[in-house]
Design a protein around this ligand. Structure first.
Ligand SMILES: [Zn+2]
Length: 291
C-alpha cells in the first residue's frame, strides 16, 4: 500500500514538474508574476543551475567525482539562483528558464567565473576561506570553526549547541584529531606559509580589535557562501525556532552545522543550550590562528 502510494505521488510530482518547466519557458510580464512562477520551482531551478555548473567543470577539466566537487557545484548553483532571483525581477518581460540559463552561461564565460570576493585572496581572507571551505566537507574542521572563531574548547561547544552525551563524545574526538593533524593538513591545502601565519599572529597582537573586526566582516562573507553547500541546513531561524529545537532536543545536525557557519544565528541562539543558566555575553569573533 505504501509503495503504491509512493508510486502515485511520484508520478504526480513528475506531472507537476512538467507543468512547472513549461510554465518557466513561457513569458512572464510583471515582476510579481516572475516571483510567483519562480517561487514554485526553486528546487528545480537550483538543480538546473547546479547541473550547468557541473557540466562547465567537466568540460574545463576541473571536475572530480567526490563530495568536495559536488558541494562546490551546489554552492555555485545556489549563488547563481540567488542572483537570478534578484536580477530577474528587473528583466521582465522574460522567459525565466532561459534567463537563468543565460545568466549562468554568462558567469561561466568570465575569465575567473568563481571569484566571489577579492579580499578573500589576501592572507587573512585565505585563512578564513580555507577554514570554512574545509568545514563543509570535514566534520573535524566544522567543529574546529568554533575554536578558531570564538576560542572555545570542547565543553563550550557542547554547551552552546546543547548536545547530549553521545554527541558530546564525538566533539572531543573532533577536537583531538584537529589538533593532531587536521589543522596542519588544512593549512597545507590553503598554501599558507609559516611566515604568513606569524604575520597574522603579529597583526592580531598589535591591533587586536581591528584585526577581529576585519575577520568578523570576512567570515560573514565566507559563511554565507559556504552555507549554500547544505540547502537543507541553510535557512536562518528565529530565536523562538531555535528555542524549540533546543528544548525538544531535535535538529542536532542542524544546530552543529548552521551555528558553526552563521555568526548571526550563533548570537540569536546564544544561551539556549545551557539549560537556562547564564552564559555571559554573546559571542563575538575572536580569531584563533592556531588549533
Ligand atoms: Zn543563520
Amino acid at each position: 500500500m505504501a509503495r503504491m502510494h509512493n508510486t502515485v505521488s511520484k508520478s504526480q510530482s513528475m506531472a507537476d514538474r512538467t507543468v512547472t518547466v513549461s510554465r518557466l519557458e513561457e513569458v512572464v510580464s510583471t515582476s510579481d508574476e516572475f516571483d510567483q512562477v519562480v517561487s514554485q520551482a526553486l528546487p528545480m531551478l537550483l538543480d538546473r543551475a547546479t547541473s550547468a555548473t557541473k557540466r562547465f567543470l567537466r568540460e574545463t577539466g576541473q571536475w572530480n567525482d567526490d563530495i568536495e566537487h559536488e558541494k562546490f557545484a551546489l554552492r555555485w548553483g545556489s549563488e547563481y539562483l540567488e542572483r537570478f532571483l534578484i536580477c530577474g525581477r528587473t528583466e521582465v518581460p522574460c522567459r525565466p528558464l532561459f534567463l537563468l540559463d543565460s545568466l549562468v552561461a554568462k558567469q561561466h564565460s568570465k575569465p575567473d567565473p568563481f571569484c566571489y570576493h577579492p579580499e578573500l585572496l589576501r592572507p587573512l581572507g585565505r585563512f578564513l576561506d580555507g577554514l570554512t571551505a574545509r568545514a563543509v566537507i570535514s566534520r573535524d574542521a566544522l567543529i574546529a570553526l568554533y575554536r578558531h572563531c570564538y576560542g572555545w574548547g570542547a565543553g563550550e561547544v557542547i554547551a552552546a549547541t546543547g548536545l547530549n552525551g553521545l554527541e558530546s563524545q564525538r566533539i572531543y574526538k573532533n577536537f583531538r584529531r584537529w589538533r593532531e593533524s587536521g589543522w596542519q593538513r588544512t593549512i597545507d591545502e590553503m598554501g599558507m606559509t609559516e611566515g604568513e601565519l606569524k604575520e597574522l599572529g603579529n597583526r592580531q597582537q598589535r591591533q587586536t580589535q581591528r584585526f577581529n573586526d576585519e575577520a568578523e566582516r570576512l567570515i560573514r562573507v565566507a559563511q554565507a557562501h559556504y552555507r549554500k553547500s547544505e540547502p537543507d541546513h541553510y535557512p536562518c531561524l528565529s530565536r523562538s525556532q531555535w528555542g524549540e529545537m533546543f528544548a525538544e532536543g531535535y535538529g542536532c545536525d542542524y544546530r552543529i552545522w548552521h551555528l558553526a557557519l552563521c555568526l548571526d544565528c550563533m548570537q540569536t541562539a546564544w544561551g539556549l543550550g545551557s539549560s537556562g543558566s547564564a552564559m555571559g555575553e554573546k559571542p563575538r569573533l575572536e580569531l584563533q590562528v592556531r588549533p
